[in-house]
Ligand binder design. Structure first.
Ligand SMILES: [Zn+2]
Length: 379
């Protein structure tokens, strides 16, 4: 049994949309209340309250703020769960102190837990969610298995999605008895030890012109709006306008966000395709630990983008391998791009522009990246 996430685009009616927005707000409110309470407690020398004890506090909180009862109750339990995780990160990994959620910056989302059949897939186009009832959806893949949670989110362009996590039985894919080492690069995103290269695609470049068009408009409209707001204030208008009152500005803002989402979606689709192909083709996939690549902190845009793709691809390979009964191994081989994969001879450091080289000891001719992938496989 494994957990699998299904992303459904949902089409709420007005009432449902209002309920979503209220639930987002109520979860944010509870987060801030609980965080404030933990902080005050700590200042007064009190001990940290764990998830269970925070859950217990939800009852008096609902008595003090009766409108909280309109939220899906399990989503508030989700808040104390998340806050507990944030504190665990602080205690164990020395992550930063959990932050208060401001309306403007908080990600609009809440998670419902499945209890007593409150989350039900009605048919292949309708799902029932707690407090909002039956809602229409469209999905790439229909959820199956036992539903555990459902997270409602609103994207930056105002679309609603629900991420359904279900326990599914995944049949292992047939074994191919093939192994591969995979090198991750800049010009080519992934290179396999048997010589296949997956090119890096710059989806951001394809949309850059259109995006830039809207970015320019966004900046200009923002300046204009700010000017007008300043006039309102000078004239002491009783209700000075806010940025959100400027329709043209808001439209440009949505358009910029839309291109950002498009790029992210295209990249994800591409990585999904590559990861599925690799996991179906090989039983064991060896990857180089990215830390050893020494490229992690880099201000170069191409590398920053490559970095992001490597991380996403690695995550996809790992969870797909887990679903389908394959294996991903992360290795830290030594000098992958300068050692000959045929005889092990160390040819010294090759600059990045050296794409091919011949081993002086065994005279093998190497493609730099494929040689690196072979070394990763051998590690
Ligand atoms: Zn050699």
């Amino acid at each position: 049994m494994t957990l699998k996430t299904f992303k459904l685009r949902i089409y709420p009616n007005v009432t449902q949309r209002i309920q979503f927005e209220r639930n987002f707000g109520m979860c944010r409110f509870v987060w801030n209340e609980l965080l404030n309470m933990q902080t005050k407690r700590h200042e007064n020398g009190g001990k940290y309250l764990n998830e269970f004890k925070m859950n217990y506090l939800l009852k008096p909180l609902k008595q003090e703020y009766p409108w909280l009862k309109e939220a899906d109750a399990t989503s508030l339990l989700g808040v104390s769960h998340n806050l507990h995780l944030a504190f665990q990160k602080l205690f164990k990994e020395h992550a930063g102190y959990p932050k208060f959620k401001a309306k403007r910056f908080a990600r609009p989302a809440y998670r419902s837990n499945a209890v007593n059949g409150n989350i039900v897939l009605v048919d292949d186009a309708h799902i029932r969610l707690p407090k909002v009832g039956v809602i229409t959806f469209r999905a790439g893949q229909l959820p199956d298995g036992k539903i555990k949670t459902a997270t409602v989110v609103r994207s930056r362009t105002g679309k609603y999605y629900v991420l359904v996590v279900a326990e599914v039985e995944v049949a292992a894919w047939h074994k191919t008895k093939a192994l591969a080492g995979i090198d991750m690069g800049i010009a080519d995103l992934a290179i396999t030890s048997d010589g296949k290269k997956y090119a890096t695609k710059r989806f951001d470049k394809a949309l850059a012109r259109k995006r830039h068009y809207w970015e320019k408009r966004l900046a200009r409209r923002r300046r204009q709006a700010e000017k007008e707001i300043a006039w309102d204030k000078q004239l002491k208008v009783s209700a000075p306008r806010q940025l959100s009152d400027f329709k043209n500005y808001m439209k440009a803002k949505t358009m910029v966000a839309k291109y950002g989402e498009k790029v992210a979606n295209q990249r994800r689709d591409y990585l999904q395709k590559i990861s599925t192909e690799l996991v179906s083709k090989y039983d064991v996939i060896k990857l180089e630990d990215l830390k050893t690549k020494g490229l992690l902190r880099n201000h170069n845009l191409a590398r920053a983008i490559a970095n992001q793709s490597w991380r996403e691809l690695r995550l996809m390979l790992e969870y797909k391998a887990a679903w389908y009964g394959k294996q991903v191994v992360v290795v830290s081989p030594y000098k992958t791009s300068q050692r000959c994969s045929a005889c092990g001879y160390d040819d010294g450091k090759h600059e990045l522009e050296v794409r091919e080289w011949t081993c002086p000891q065994c005279h093998s001719h190497h493609d730099r990246d494929i040689n690196a992938a072979k070394n990763i496989l051998a590690a």
